[in-house]
Design a protein around this ligand. Sequence first.
Ligand code: AMP
Length: 280
Amino acid sequence: MAIFKEIAGLRHWRQALKGTLALVPTMGNLHAGHLALVRLAATRADHVLVSIYVNPLQFGPGEDFDRYPRNLGSDLQLLGEAGCQNVFAPDDNVMYPYGRQDLAIVLPPRSLSSVLCGRSRPGHFAGVSTVLSKLLHMVAPEVLVLGEKDYQQLRVVQRLLEDCNFAVQLLPAPIQREADGLAYSSRNQYLSTEERRIAPLLFQHLQELVRRSKESDADPALLAQATRASLELAGFVVEYLELRDGTSLQSLPRARPGARWFAAARLGRTRLIDNLAIDL
Ligand code: AMP
């Protein structure tokens, strides 16, 4: 396996590479969701490169940057088993050699980045857009694979690619879930045994919301209100539960093709996000 830690070595390898390259950017602590992206990437390009970098720019004050799980050894083992041959694992000095205080930043459109997760995580999508722009310049892939688990991120990045004319094809990957419906996430390991038992309720409630909003013309805000109460009774602190258009991310007064339910909720110290499309 080729493991690059510096940009020069990565660029050298990239320039000599024959065939197409797909980039799968991650923050490490890899799980089945990430590995599905790697497998999908391998169907669309001759080579796959996984980047592993916990990007400090996309964490706000008081968020879990310091305790975010870092496990390069087991990540490399999982990638090897999944047949991934190429990894880029830079450190902060490589990514931000002049520090992070005074830096050129990529600002995504407000309409996409200030709603949903953007409300409680100001600056998050600017951090994502900035690091991704840097990775795309360093790696120069033909294909970029992102998961629908972070659906808002996917939309933000799609606009970033268009607005900044990146010549890369974006390939969205469906959400991978545990048998009980909980979406795989590096943050699931923060959950206590009791919280892990409750966690699948988030997806179950999303399924119920999709079913109900397809069946009736009910006001999504009212549906969300009842669902929020039920989740809070189970122990969640709900941050948002909203029906929005899957492309513009604008609020919708009723279900329509392309609509999607979005949820973020906390269980103890763990913030979970999930989303589900309305297939009308
Ligand atoms: P992260 O390491 O959390 O930054 O995630 C890296 C990539 O994996 C992002 O494109 C995520 O959307 C994607 N991803 C994470 N979890 C899942 C999942 N359960 N299913 C599909 N994609 C996922």
